[in-house]
Design a protein around this ligand. Sequence first.
Ligand SMILES: [Zn+2]
Ligand SMILES: [Zn+2]
Length: 279
Amino acid sequence: MNYCALASGSNGNCYYIAKGNDAILIDIGINTKHVLLRMASVGIDPASIKAIFITHEHGDHIRGLSVFAKRYQVPVYITAGSYKGSRLHMPEHLIHIIEPNAKTSIGGLTIYGVPKYHDAKEPCSFIVSDGSINIGIVTDIGKVCDNVKRVIQHSDVLLLESNYDEDMLENGRYSYYLKNRIRGGLGHISNKQALAAFLENKTNRLKHLILGHLSGQNNRVELVQELFEPHCADILLSVATRYQETDLFQVDIPTKKIDVLFRKTSVVYQQTSVIIHES
Ligand SMILES: [Zn+2]
Ligand SMILES: [Zn+2]
């Protein structure tokens, strides 16, 4: 399976997962122009996207949805609540309403919805499986509920929210109301909460941890890196950001080695076979 974060952060999220000719996006919260530029940078053909799964209706998850889905005629899988909350009016034939705990097949991929606590109408996370490798994408979580724990326990590759540094949020310029919305159980989890969730639930099968959905105001990439690095001796650690896409990674079956398939570049795309992790 191949995967990358095309964008991750409080102002835009878009994740790509593929196996063979079956490729999907989870969320599309940056505009289509930037999605296309970032796809080109890691060698993804936008016409290869077979479905878009939406976690919830906040702008940082749906900003580019309408234009991209219509242009490439891509079916959208979304809960009734998220679709209503989005106030989008998409062509009917493109909209597939799913339950937040739905199991959906797209070619060789199975996408499992995972209900979560977040201040949206009917939000869910997703874990994507090819029957052997599981890739969990968990952001916008108010708390580390049993569902989140289960995703961490079953993931070979995990993109986990690490939204804010608790001191930066406390001492920052957000209003008291907004601070409490973020940390009040229906917003986001802090770096410390993400680390605890990771340490308490990771299993031997986890090979690659990507931290994502960092707050622009209340977090820094270096803080997240410094916090997690000492705990990731045996696994690959990445921090996804809003500014650019990550490399396009490939997780191999059955060895579950992680390769960098395409390093992000604006010049030439060269396939590499650098083994980052030996399982
Ligand atoms: Zn978000
Ligand atoms: Zn949200």
